[in-house]
Design a binder for this molecule. Structure first.
Ligand SMILES: Nc1ncnc2c1ncn2[C@@H]1O[C@H](COP(=O)(O)OP(=O)(O)OP(=O)(O)O)[C@@H](O)[C@H]1O
Length: 251
């Protein structure tokens, strides 16, 4: 279980203090798939980076299975079982896709085992295992490879920052199935996905809405999702809208 207690994150932006995360307290329980959503610039990626240890909070404490990990860096948190897939993954010149998946798994996987992770994210695995993780890969390919490495980690807490970004619709459909399988096979781990996608929100156990660096809403999918959809619809409807019990929201 991951617990954030009164977490704040402030940066110096052109000589002025800017508070990106404002006194957030939340829990990511074991055996749950939690989706963080909300408007652009609300602080979602920053929250993920604070959890992964890429950024350090300027206030508050972070606990992982009861242990205070606030002062631990990325590597130590990774060793404790926190895996993180960037919104914009980094490239590793000189390292093959196969090596990256083996490093993530922490063991010498056979080529066919490594290929399974690539196939899971919609890649024709044999075409990719020997490719270098360099600039020759497209953004979408790189993104899928990174998601495959997080799958290979089998982490205690897997954090995915906008896994849908840059991924074509067909592969995205596959990807939601991957998350669904991860959810079914969750045991003592948990999954945190930052996403704007309805298909991902629909498979969440819990949804957190982050806005202006604060938790605007938090609850089970059935508590949060219907209202979220109404608000989204209201934002795009020019005129008045009505809600019907059966059909959801109509403009
Ligand atoms: N190091 C930084 N210095 C200054 N401003 C920052 C820094 N990091 C993030 N921000 C700002 O903080 C806000 C939140 O950024 P963040 O990337 O966490 O948002 P987000 O909710 O993930 O957005 P999106 O949905 O667009 O990915 C944004 O306004 C961003 O420009």
């Amino acid at each position: 279980m991951l617990e954030l207690k009164n977490i704040s994150f402030q940066v110096d932006a052109e000589g002025k203090d800017k508070e990106i995360i404002r006194n957030i307290s939340l829990t990511i329980p074991d055996r749950k798939l939690v989706v963080v959503t909300g408007p652009n610039g609300g602080g979602k990626s920053t929250l993920a980076k604070l959890i992964a240890g890429i950024e350090k909070p300027t206030g508050g404490r972070i606990f992982f299975n009861g242990e205070d990990i606030t002062e631990l860096g990325v590597t130590e948190r990774a060793q404790k079982g926190i895996a993180y897939a960037f919104q914009q993954p980094v490239r590793f010149k000189g390292i093959r896709v196969l090596d990256l998946i083996r490093i993530a798994a922490g063991k010498t996987l056979s080529i066919s085992d490594a290929c399974e992770y690539l196939s899971a994210v919609g890649m024709c695995a044999r075409d990719y295992v020997d490719r270098e993780v360099n600039a020759s890969l497209s953004g979408g390919e790189l993104k899928r490879i990174e998601i495959a490495t997080v799958l290979a980690r089998k982490a205690v807490l897997s954090v995915f920052d906008e896994p849908e970004a840059g991924i074509d619709l067909w592969s995205f459909r596959n990807l939601t199935e991957v998350f669904q399988h991860m959810r079914e096979d969750i045991h003592d781990s948990s999954i945190l996905i930052i996403s704007h996608q309805e298909r991902i929100l629909e498979i969440a156990d819990e949804i957190i809405v982050l806005k202006d660096g604060q938790v605007e809403k938090q609850g089970t999918r059935s508590e949060v999702y219907p209202n979220l959809m109404i608000n989204e619809k209201a934002a795009v409807c020019e005129g008045p809208f009505k809600v019907t019990a059966k059909e959801g929201t109509e403009c």
